[in-house]
Design a protein around this ligand. Sequence first.
Ligand SMILES: Cc1cc2nc3c(=O)[nH]c(=O)nc-3n(C[C@H](O)[C@H](O)[C@H](O)COP(=O)(O)OP(=O)(O)OC[C@H]3O[C@@H](n4cnc5c(N)ncnc54)[C@H](O)[C@@H]3O)c2cc1C
Length: 501
Amino acid sequence: MTEQPDPVTIVIAGGGSAGWMTAAALGRFLETGYRIRLIESEEIGTVGVGESTIPQIRLFNEALGLDEDAFVRATQATFKLGIEFDGWSRPGERYMHAFGAVGRDVGLIAFQHYWLRARQLGLAKGLDAYALNELAARGHKMHRGQPLGGAAIPDMPYAFQFDAGLYAAWLRRFAELRGVQRTEGKVVEVIRDGESGDVAALLLQSGEQVAGDIFIDCTGFRGLLIEQTLASGFEDWSHWLPCDRALAVPSASDGALTPYTRARALAAGWQWRIPLQHRVGNGHVYCSEYLSDDEATALLLANLEGAPLADPRPLRFTAGRRKRAWKRNVIAIGLSSGFLEPLESTSIHMIQSAISRLLKLLPGRHVAAADRDEYNRQTDFEIERIRDFLILHYAANQRDEPFWRARRAMTLPETLERKIALFAANGNIVREHEELFTEVGWLQVLVGQGIIPHGYHPLADQIAPAELGEYMETIELLYAREAGRMPSHAEFIARHCAAPR
Ligand SMILES: Cc1cc2nc3c(=O)[nH]c(=O)nc-3n(C[C@H](O)[C@H](O)[C@H](O)COP(=O)(O)OP(=O)(O)OC[C@H]3O[C@@H](n4cnc5c(N)ncnc54)[C@H](O)[C@@H]3O)c2cc1C
């Protein structure tokens, strides 16, 4: 018999959402040849926020083989059909970035071109009338599976709003059952190999040394390995996204189980509202240059719709990314790799996509520079495009407060400038490579922020006005009827996945 080589040891430092999502996935997919360890410190704790997701989270759960209803029950989750942006273009105006289709494309031509022409002819309503997810969300409805009204109706993609602490606890059980070895303890020193400079082991307060071949830094904002040890560097984007503080507070449920997250623009930032089954998650993201902590707290509490269940918890951050998410034998996943405010609920998704990249470019005992470089290239592309999408929400506003006026005056990243100019001319939107947000997502935010193109695709003129009006009306009627047939979000949860009280 040939002797089995020693397994490659992957050490995950940190047990927040990033640490346990990584541990669960590695435990599930690296059954042989690898040994997975995770070190976490209850004394240090986790960031403890991160409750709103995008539909891709379902792919992650499916890949792990998790039962969706069991997951919803275990995490006190609700369903999410999109995000409502309230007051982002100007106070009193609201729009939704709903997941899923808006209208229906005709042949090569995207729906927005017909909508733009119909709008010019006075034959179209707002985009919301043609978005099934938004119609369902506004009616507090939920449905999954085959459309109720047949083939002419699009699918309704959804995500979840959940308790991140319960999710991490659930993933911990999942990972430990698949052989991931957890050690409670504080890392007090990161030991490097004298020759190669790679990380060789983590020294715990207990005196134990945890040696490994590959290290995943999931230690949160501090980036204990990637930054404090390997000095990867941080690219600061706060000139585009200057919000640098948040206050998070749970509140009692106010009855309305909305299947969407709300982001309400305030004087120097915005407030989130994320309804779960047992409570509502709230938070105020703000810019400390324009608002004091006391003012921010007062605004947050004044806007709650239910009684606060705890004191607001302060958090500080800087928008930006780690210059190299993978350096030497350390890969940073989660907050240690960079941070963008939770405006479009993208952080958990970025953890998930980092894990999938890691699995595709998985190192053995030694790192190949080409794999590492490709990983970093893809990571950079992903976060830059998400950054552009977030900046759009701020840049195109017509609000009056000093914070918002300054956002309007920003010089934009060239990639975003190009995207806005392309849309403003003739309504065209191009999704490059594997950019996260689809054309439809960009469309809703561009229009929602008040950017209406001057023209549209010339082929949209080939349809007679009467026919165009009928087309718009048919879509509107079909989608409204479909949404009307759906059970309420509360009924849907009660029927399939109510969590224990
Ligand atoms: C205000 C705010 C709102 C957010 N909202 C959303 C949202 O709605 N949707 C979304 O997708 N994302 C959101 N996020 C992001 C989300 O919270 C994070 O992506 C997610 O929680 C992952 O965090 P993490 O695991 O990287 O870090 P953390 O939760 O900080 O975990 C770090 C881990 O490292 C451990 N650790 C650190 N130092 C040591 C040490 N020396 N020794 C041992 N262990 C150590 C800690 O104990 C902990 O276990 C939000 C973030 C913020 C700041």
